[in-house]
Design a protein around this ligand. Structure first.
Ligand SMILES: Nc1nc2c(c(=O)[nH]1)N[C@H]1C(S)=C(S)[C@@H](COP(=O)(O)O)O[C@H]1N2
Ligand SMILES: [Mo]
Length: 572
């Protein structure tokens, strides 16, 4: 009933039956009330943002998940931030980089919304313009995405309009409206008030024109705030549920992967060192453990029945292929190939090996008459990503393919379902386009693909690399004989030897796992007798064609890291 906030009470004053009269004179609530009012205004801003985002999420159930403002803005941030920041994000958050981005965006929105609420308490137009701006930013982000469709702006605009309405309604009880509640309270009648009767009055008062004096209608605010929270939850939750209709995981599960005409070569006995040496990366990476690197905040969902791969540019025939066309081919190959990301730091984990099934790329391109003038294939994914692969590699690298299967399943959605490209020996950003829907035969002169526009190298063969998996860096272990082991890779060339050095000692040759294929990484192990003490372990690999890994350090940008993996361990 009275307008004094809990922290504004003076000692000795009991408030229950205190008359509200002084409040009218010193402003509605005195100092405490002013602060309460500000806190509530910030809360009003926050709640209107929640309503705006919830509503936008619901509308995005019609226009597609990536048109929701936070996703659209996040996508735009990803495409616009400097590569160094992106690299930092990948290093810091790893696979959670996108969750971190969305969370970060939400925090920024929340702060912005609270400031807006505060400003709007005084100046309503600031609030209106502020929310409108927020909507415009969301809408611009949504329409500027490369794969944007006609109504991409709609969620942000509808969200902003409803957000403005919510903000105005929420601010009303904080400044103008005098409610039946305060009138009742002033008359000391609130105790007899029949439950529920006042609600309509209060709502009307909250929505109505401002009263004759500047009252802070706390109950009116909490009522409106509760309603806002409800609207945000129902629209946001509803949007979430409805957006599931885009999910293709069931359609994917219904697919049967064809049997390849050319199965993967059998693995030799004892091929996987991980069976005998604890802590070594397994030869084959399970799909669930396979690293993931892409710019997609919402994973592109392509219905198998709607899938089309279109060839454009300098092909003899400009053709479109359905998924059935690709699944139904009689020349499918199955191969084990190690994929590597250019962003991998020395000793990093952005590499994985899978058993892929796909259409042999060289045969496919020749059959469709790719022109000899083309030196770049621009691969397009359904979310607008462009990845430029050298035509020569696509034609000539053995086992390059349009992959449809990964470790015995249709490609997982995060790994490019239903079709991606794989070219052994090239970093993923110049070869491994996921959610592949178009291949344009063109030239490097004519077109810069996404990462090349961001100054990454246009051509990027995978560099010779090696990594110590065990013992782990900074590990303490009992002195004695301990295996030092890990993996090394030089796709298309194969690993010829791996050497390990303890402190500044001589290079010692490690034992290699049986050779499987030059396109796979190779595990290695060197058992070593450790006396108690602290040691620096370093590894280096030499490719089968004789290139020894350089010790010169290079950052991943612009064409892949170099340098030797070196770790400190302690035997006790
Ligand atoms: N459509 C699309 N394809 C993409 C990317 C991407 O961002 N979008 N990232 C590329 C990069 S940088 C790498 S290293 C590989 C990673 O493939 P994975 O996520 O299946 O491991 O995909 C490549 N293909
Ligand atoms: Mo990558």
């Amino acid at each position: 009933m009275n307008r004094i906030a809990p922290w504004g009470r003076r000692p000795g004053v009991t408030t229950t039956e205190q008359a509200p009269a002084p409040a009218a004179d010193t402003g509605p609530a005195g100092r405490g009330g002013r602060w309460l009012r500000r806190v509530l205004a910030a809360l009003a801003g926050l709640l209107s943002a929640a309503v705006a985002l919830g509503v936008a999420h619901l509308v995005a159930a019609g226009t597609g998940p990536s048109t929701a403002p936070v996703i659209a803005v996040g996508d735009t941030v990803i495409t616009k931030v400097p590569e160094s920041v992106k690299q930092f994000a990948i290093e810091t958050f790893g696979e959670n980089d996108k969750i971190a981005l969305v969370a970060g965006t939400l925090v920024v929105v929340a702060i912005y919304a609270m400031v807006l609420g505060l400003l709007a308490l005084r100046w309503r137009p600031v609030g209106v313009v502020g929310v409108a701006l927020f909507g415009i930013v969301g809408a611009l982000a949504a329409v500027s995405r490369p794969a944007a469709e006609g109504l991409a702006w709609l969620p942000s605009v509808v969200g902003a309009v409803i957000g403005i309405v919510a903000l105005l309604l929420l601010l009303r009880p904080l400044t103008g409206a005098r409610t039946s509640y305060s009138a009742d309270a002033a008359a000391g009648r609130h105790r007899d008030e029949p439950a529920g009767e006042g609600v309509v009055d209060r709502l009307r008062a909250a929505l109505g024109t401002s009263g004759d004096r500047k009252g802070l209608d706390r109950r009116g605010f909490f009522l409106a705030g509760g309603a806002a929270l409800g609207v945000a939850a129902v629209t946001g939750g509803g949007g979430y549920l409805l957006q599931r209709r885009f999910d293709v995981s069931e359609a994917r599960a219904d697919l049967t992967l064809p049997t390849p005409a050319s199965p993967a070569p059998r693995l030799p006995a004892g091929a996987d060192l991980a069976e005998t040496v604890d802590g070594v990366t397994p030869l084959m990476t399970r799909n669930a453990d396979f690293y993931r690197v892409d710019t997609a905040i919402t994973v592109p969902q392509i219905r198998p029945s709607e899938y089309e791969l279109t060839l454009t540019g300098s092909f003899d025939r400009r053709t479109t292929f359905s998924l059935e066309d690709l699944y139904g081919r009689d020349d499918l190959i199955e191969r084990d190939i190690t994929l590597t990301c250019v962003s991998n730091e020395v000793g990093g984990k952005l590499a994985g090996t899978a058993r892929w099934i796909g259409v042999p790329l060289g045969a496919f391109l020749r059959e469709n008459g790719v022109s000899a003038d083309s030196d770049q294939l621009v691969c397009r994914s359904s979310d607008g990503m462009t990845i430029g692969a050298p035509t020569r590699s696509a034609l000539e690298v053995e086992d390059a393919m349009l992959a449809i299967g990964m470790n015995g399943e249709p490609l997982p959605v995060e790994h490019g379902f239903p079709v991606r490209m794989i070219i052994p020996g090239l970093y993923g950003y110049v070869s491994a386009c996921k959610w592949l829907v178009g291949i344009e035969a063109t030239t490097f002169d004519a077109f810069d693909a996404y990462w090349v526009e961001r100054d990454w190298a246009a051509e990027a063969p995978i560099k010779v690399a090696s990594r110590i998996d065990t013992p782990a860096a900074l590990r303490r272990f009992p002195a004695g004989r301990v295996p030092i082991a890990g993996v090394a890779w030089a796709q298309t060339r194969g690993i010829g030897s791996v050497e390990v050095r303890v402190d500044d000692g001589d290079w010692m040759e490690a034992e290699l796992a049986p050779a499987v294929d030059a396109d796979l990484w190779r595990q290695w192990v060197l058992p070593h007798d450790f006396a108690p003490g602290s040691y620096q372990l370093t590894v280096r690999a030499t490719s089968a064609d004789g290139e020894t890994q350089t010790a010169d350090r290079a950052t991943p940008f612009p064409s892949g890291s170099t340098g030797l993996h070196s770790i400190r361990v302690t035997a006790t």
